[in-house]
Ligand binder design. Sequence first.
Ligand code: HAM
Length: 446
Amino acid sequence: MPQSKSKKQTFQLLRGMKDILPDEERYWVFMRDRVRDFARRYGFRSIETPILEQSNLYLRSSGLSSDIVTKEMYVFSDPGNERVALRPEFTPGIARAYIEHGMLNQSQPVKVYSFGPIFRHDRPQAGRFRQHTQFNFEVIGDQSPILDAQLITMGYQFYAQLNLPVQVDINSIGCSACRPRYLKKLTTFLTENKKVLGPDDQERLKKNPLRVLDTKDANVEELLMQAPQTVDHLCDECKDHFVLVLEYLDEMDVKYNLNGRIVRGLDYYTKTTWEIIESGKTGSQDSLGGGGRYDELLHQLGARAKTPAVGFACGVERAITKLRANDIAVPNMPKPDVYIAQLGKEAKKKALKLFQQLNAEGYYIAEAFSKDGLKAQLEQADKLGVKYALIIGQQEIVDNTVLIRDMENGNQETVDWSKIVTEVAKHLEKGVNSKRLERPLPLQAK
Ligand code: HAM
C-alpha cells in the first residue's frame, strides 16, 4: 500500500500558557523554598486542594459578578456529567476543605498556605497568563484586625527581603451591614453620570456597582474622583477594624496608600482589601499580590457558625519576572560533585556500577554513558564545573582501578576499585565539594 503523504500535525502551546524550561528551574526552586520557609516562620501549614472542583463552588464564592466567574473560568462537564471547573483561585477550595474536614474543631485560627497552578481564561498579555502559579496564605476562624495587618506585613516583607521594593494599596469595603447603604449612594452617583460609562462599566453598574471602581477606562477614572468613598460609609465595627489595621501597619513600618478603588474583583470580600504593587506603580493591572478579609464566605458556603477569615495570594510568574528584571541573586542549581567518564564496553558496565555506588552515598554525579570519546566527556565535565572526573578506561579495567582527575590542575591519581568510594569522599572533603544534598545552595547573581 502506498504511504499517504498527509502532512504531519504539529502541536503548539495553548495561547496564554507557558512552558517552564530547565534554565528557569532555579527561580522556581527558589520561590518554592522561600515560600515554604516564610510559611513556617509565620506558623502556616500546607494545604493542597484539588485543581478540579465543582464549578458551583466558585459561582457561590468568587461570585456571579466577578470576571473570573463570568468570563475566565474553565468550566466543563466531566465524563460523569458533573459540572466542574479548573480552580481560578485558591480561596473557595480552601474554605470548602475547612468546612468539609471540620477544621472548626481545631485550635483557631487555622493558618494554611498553598503553592500551585491557577487557571483563568484571561486575555493573554505581559504578566497575564491563562495558567499561572500563586502562593496563597489564609487565616481562617478569627476576626482580629491584627491578622489582616500581619498578612499584609508578610506580603510586604516577602518582597522587601528579595530587595524588591513594593507598596501596599489598601481600602475597606465594609460588610453586609454597611455596604448596602454605600452601594445605594454609589449607584445613584453612577446612574446620574451613566453617559460617561462604557458598555463594560454599564454592565457592572447593573450587576455589581462596586466593580465600576475597578475600571480601566480613563474617563470613568476621572469621574470616580468625585464618587462617594467606601471608607466614608463604614459602620462603627468596620471603621474601628480598619483604623486598627492601619495602626498596626504603622507600627510595622509598612508603607501603604489609602486607595478607595481597591475593591478587588471577587465578591466575597468584606472590610479590608489590599494589593501589593511594585513601588511607584499605580493600579492593580499588574499587581504582585492581593488579598482581603472574607468574614461571610464560610457561612455562605455552609459553615455552621460565622467563621471570619482573611488571606492573600501572589503571582509567582510576576515575582520571577521582577527578580530577573532587577538582577536579584538566586541560588544556582547545585553542580555535580564528580563526573564519571568511561571508555570501552567493559568500562561502561563498571561506570554504571560506580554511579550507583556513589549515588547511594548521596553524591550528585554527572555522566554521559552514551558518549564514547573520552575527550568529549572531559570537555563536558569541564563545562559543568565539576572538580573531579573519575575515569575508567581500558587500562583501568585490566588493573581493576579508577583514575581520579583533578579538573582544575589536570593531576591524576590511580585508585584501586575497592577503595574508590572512600577516596572520592576524602577528595571531596578536602575540596569545596562535600555531600551536596546537605549543603546550602551558593548564591550567584543572574
Ligand atoms: P487575585 O488578586 O485574583 O487574588 O490574584 C492574586 C495574584 O495572582 C495577583 O495579584 C497576581 O499577582 C496573580 N495573578 C492573577 N491573575 C493572573 C494572571 N492571569 N497571570 C499571572 N498572574 C496572575 C486571588 O486570587 C485571591 N484568591 C487572593 C486571596 C486569598 N484573597 C483572600 N485570600
